[in-house]
Design a protein around this ligand. Structure first.
Ligand code: 13P
Ligand code: SF4
Length: 343
């Protein structure tokens, strides 16, 4: 199938662009035209005006983002429709509106500036765009949240409480000045005076990173005291604080790549990426922080469904196309454009 895919790529030339996230398998990565973190892939999709067909090997929100950022005549495809992101699914428009109403009742009309992690549904990006807010990726979260916190509004950060908390602490916000919104029970928690709340963190999380436990971390630290531990900022606050560094997938790759031969790392993120780091850096010692760190959804993309997608595209069958509703896209693009402008 790999050989057949290569032949189709040759036949389609610049009409076809295959993008792959760093969490994809080696087979998929070897077939992609561009591999990157969410920020790099969003920028690549936006910049490419030639490809008629963009096949996104990643999860649903990434393909949606590419569809929003590309031109009308360009079609974006996801090889497996079921490849979603459970964290993105933890926030929808109805519960975001309900949260906004609650916050405005408590903190005043027009007091809220919503900012969403790119790992979110298009309708959440549109919600942010409508209210003058924006989007962050793990690669630009510090810069963009810094901007948001300076807008003299209460920042509502969706859907990943961990990225929100880790980044806001780095930007000088105290933990006691962050509220948490429980989207399931419509409950708001904070432990300071109302006027001291700086941001509200939506209660979502990524199970791949959130469930790396303190016990796992401490036992790895104890067993390998001379290793540098780097984690993704979707990890819980306690893990992010105890680690020696944190950043996006692209950041993690660069840290390892640019370190001297013989360096030792423990990496806290998705297993496909860590396995590839081990393979590509034979002169360095690399371990995974938690062997359970597997994203089932990223792994739903394989050579078989990529091959089928390409065959369908050649035959003019677009059933795997991801197409964001125009009205939603119109507001979502405002939030995404602001992100690209700020980063
Ligand atoms: P990056 O933006 O760091 O690639 O992360 C995306 C993601 O889904 C991490 O779980
Ligand atoms: Fe979503 Fe987590 Fe998978 Fe990233 S690793 S796509 S955040 S479930």
């Amino acid at each position: 199938m790999t050989e057949e895919i290569k032949k189709i790529k040759e036949r389609m030339g610049e009409d076809l662009l295959i993008l792959a996230h760093h969490y994809q398998s080696d087979e998929i990565v070897s077939l992609a035209d561009s591999v990157g973190d969410s920020l790099k892939l969003a920028k690549t999709a936006e910049a490419n005006k030639r490809a008629k067909y963009i096949v996104f090997c990643g999860v649903h929100f990434m393909a949606e983002t590419a569809d929003i950022l590309t031109d009308e005549g360009q079609r974006v495809f996801l090889p497996e429709h079921d490849a979603g992101c459970p964290m993105a699914d933890m926030a929808d428009r109805v519960s975001a509106e309900r949260c906004l109403e609650r916050l405005e009742n408590e903190f005043g009309k027009d007091s809220v500036l919503p900012v969403t992690y790119v790992n979110s549904k298009a309708e959440i990006k549109a919600f942010c765009g409508r209210l003058g807010g924006t989007v962050v990726t793990s690669g630009n979260a510090p810069r963009i949240l810094d901007w948001a916190l300076k807008q003299n509004k209460l920042v509502l950060f969706l859907p990943d409480q961990n990225l929100g908390r880790n980044t806001c602490v780095d930007l000088g916000v105290k933990l006691e000045n962050m509220a948490v919104y429980n989207q399931i029970h419509d409950e708001l928690y904070y432990d300071c005076k109302k006027e001291d709340v700086r941001c509200v963190l939506w209660g979502g999380y990524c199970h791949v990173h959130h469930f790396i436990t303190d016990e796992t971390f401490q036992s790895m630290r104890k067993a390998h005291p001379d290793y540098k531990i780097i984690v993704h900022p979707e990890c819980r606050y306690e893990i992010a604080c105890a680690a020696d560094g944190k950043g996006s997938t692209e950041y993690i790759i660069n840290q390892v790549k640019n370190s001297p031969s013989g360096s030792k790392f423990i990496i806290g993120t998705e297993k496909n990426l860590v396995d590839r780091l081990i393979k590509n850096n034979p002169d360095k010692d690399i371990l995974i922080l938690d062997t359970n760190s597997k994203c089932r959804n990223m792994n739903k993309i394989n050579t078989e469904n990529l091959y089928e997608t390409l065959l369908e595209i050649e035959a003019g069958n677009f059933t795997r196309q991801i197409s964001v509703d125009r009205l939603i896209a119109k507001d979502a693009v405002k939030a995404l454009d602001k992100m690209l402008e700020l980063s």
